[in-house]
Design a protein around this ligand. Structure first.
Ligand SMILES: [Fe+2]
Length: 198
């Protein structure tokens, strides 16, 4: 039996495609004392406590753009924002429901919004997150906050943001990607069926 072609994501291989990324790049760090894949697994693991599948998968995949972006991986030496959230949402949009891709796309904006509205929130951010905040435009202006709040998936986006901030514990043990894979599969099949019926 030949290995599946994982050179690009398709509706048939999306779970294996993402799982392959988690496995191949499990050792990569991003300016924090935990690996990037480990951070996404922590975030999903914490999300599991509330049990909503879209939130768990959104948490699991929120930083996937760091791996799929043609701009490469963010480091603390970067002098400009590389828009990993847009890259991640773009890759996933074909395969994962819009509520999840909205969370992936806007969780950075959620940080900018929360920093504008709540000064205590800012003090809870990790050093790397504070650093990237200023590359990402800093706290939102009032007009940006008003626009952002119009997103129909605002509650889910804010939840992913809070989970992202919580999933940054050095040494936390988590399940691996394959524990969450059936949820990714389920959402992907659901989107395919929905699109087929349109
Ligand atoms: Fe993150």
């Amino acid at each position: 039996m030949t290995d599946p072609d994982l050179s690009r994501p398709t509706a048939n291989n999306i779970v294996a495609f993402i799982g392959d990324i988690f496995e191949r790049r499990e050792e990569e760090y991003l300016g924090e004392p935990f690996t990037l894949a480990g951070h996404m697994l922590q975030t999903a693991n914490i999300a599991e406590n509330n049990g909503q599948e879209e939130i768990i998968v959104g948490a699991l995949l929120h930083d996937i753009g760091h791996f799929t972006s043609e701009f490469g991986t963010f480091t603390m030496d970067d002098q400009e924002d590389k828009f990993h959230e847009e890259a991640g949402a773009k890759v996933l949009a074909e395969f994962i429901p819009p509520v999840v891709t909205d969370c992936v796309h806007h969780y950075v904006a959620a940080k900018r919004c929360l920093c504008a509205k709540n000064s205590e929130y800012h003090t809870r951010l990790s050093a790397a997150s504070v650093y990237s905040l200023y590359l990402q435009g800093g706290p939102m202006e009032p007009g940006e906050v008003r626009e952002f709040k119009r997103n129909p998936n605002l509650a889910e986006i804010i939840e992913i943001r809070c989970l992202d901030d919580a999933g940054k514990r050095a040494g936390m043990k988590t399940p691996d990607f394959w524990h969450f894979a059936p949820m990714v599969q389920c959402l992907s099949i659901g989107l395919q069926m929905h699109n087929h019926d349109q």
